[in-house]
Design a protein around this ligand. Structure first.
Ligand code: FMN
Length: 335
């Protein structure tokens, strides 16, 4: 019996649920080609950052002002800002080249935190050929004056400001640190998000004792991280009008299967591909197919979400009751 691994993510037809997440592996055509040859179902390009866009615009603006200051007539020689080839030309070229050389969907990624003018770049990502956009909102509310209501509104405004520019689907990659994650997910979809990518991983800085320095610390994930996304995908499946992508801690076929059972439409990988190489995609696809065949599942569509909170026999397992049970039943040789 053959198993139908196809899945839909924000309207994109994927041949199976395994997608290459944004990482250096998706940053060049050669590497993207290797991922496609290895069988990946879609790719998310590394992020173009708000700071990169604004930096280039500022640099161009300063250049124009410098020229204009030399002589008032010089104004006429400088083209209008919107016609000037400023901004992330290399990124747009990467999208265009990727679209030309790949047959799998190409998702561009924007990374920012303010709903400013930089978001108009979204239209150019669409024009360059991106099949969808992933908006990574990386914002740490470190000011003691930032209220949660303001922070949440900032996310909603940012999503609205990107989605209103484009006709292609936009997914939002968010961190899990909201007081009311489920409501936030609903508000993001109401603001225009067609997909949610759960979850963004904030880098946790570390202190290097030898140098007495604070260093940014990028640690690759392990399968232990999987359960954060697992819980929220299970809770949100069927409750928000958006596709759900899992990211963070998927390394084995079992990890992928758990996320699909919870309700993920696709599973995005960075760490496992960075450590094991693109060939790992095939190991995962084979493993998923073998398990499904053994369990008589005929398709991913049939299996997807069958252990979401709405469908599983013990919905409390995803909420407080599970926490209480886990704490009170814990044993160790010293207890
Ligand atoms: C080296 C590296 C670079 C990354 N660059 C980006 C990026 O540009 N944009 C983004 O949204 N996520 C980026 N990520 C996050 C990954 O896309 C992914 O969401 C995260 O690593 C969790 O998935 P994993 O457990 O499979 O690694 C990066 C991760 C790594 C390890």
């Amino acid at each position: 019996m053959s198993v139908d691994l196809r899945t839909r993510y924000m309207g994109l037809e994927l041949k199976h649920p395994i997608v290459a997440s944004a990482s250096p592996l998706t940053g060049s055509i050669e590497s993207l080609q290797r991922l496609q040859d290895a069988g990946v179902a879609a790719v998310v390009l590394p992020s173009l950052f708000e700071e990169q866009i604004e930096h280039e615009e500022m640099a161009t603006h300063e250049l124009m002002m410098f020229g204009a200051e030399l002589s008032p007539e010089a104004h006429g020689f400088f083209p209008e800002m919107q016609n000037y080839p400023t901004g992330p030309e290399r990124y747009l070229k990467l999208i265009a080249d990727a679209k030309q050389s790949l047959s799998v969907p190409v998702i561009a990624s924007l990374n920012g935190h303010t709903p400013g003018g930089w978001t108009s770049i979204a239209r150019q990502l669409q024009e360059a050929g991106a099949d969808a956009i992933e908006l990574n909102v990386y914002f740490l509310a470190a000011s003691v004056d930032d209220t949660s209501a303001e922070v949440e509104q900032r996310y909603v405004d940012l999503v609205a400001s990107v989605t209103r520019q484009v006709g292609i689907p936009v997914a939002v990659k968010v961190a899990p640190y909201f007081s009311a994650m489920a409501n936030m997910a609903k508000r993001l979809t109401t603001a225009g998000a067609s997909g949610l990518v759960l979850f963004n991983r904030f880098l946790q800085p570390d202190i290097v004792l030898d140098d007495l320095e604070v260093s940014p610390h990028l640690v690759l994930s392990t399968s232990d991280e999987l359960r954060l996304a697992l819980r929220w995908i299970a809770i949100l499946r069927g409750r928000v009008d958006a596709s759900l992508a899992a990211t963070g801690g998927a390394h084995t076929p079992e990890d992928v299967l758990k996320l699909l059972l919870a309700g993920a439409d696709c599973v995005m990988l960075a760490s496992s591909l960075l450590t094991k190489g693109p060939g790992h995609v095939d190991t995962l696809v084979r493993g998923v197919r073998a398990w499904m065949t053994e369990r008589d599942y005929t398709s991913v569509a049939q299996m997807k979400g069958s252990l979401s909170q709405q469908s599983c026999p013990d919905p409390d397992a995803f909420e407080r009751a599970n926490y209480m049970r886990a704490l009170t039943s814990y044993t160790s040789e010293f207890v």
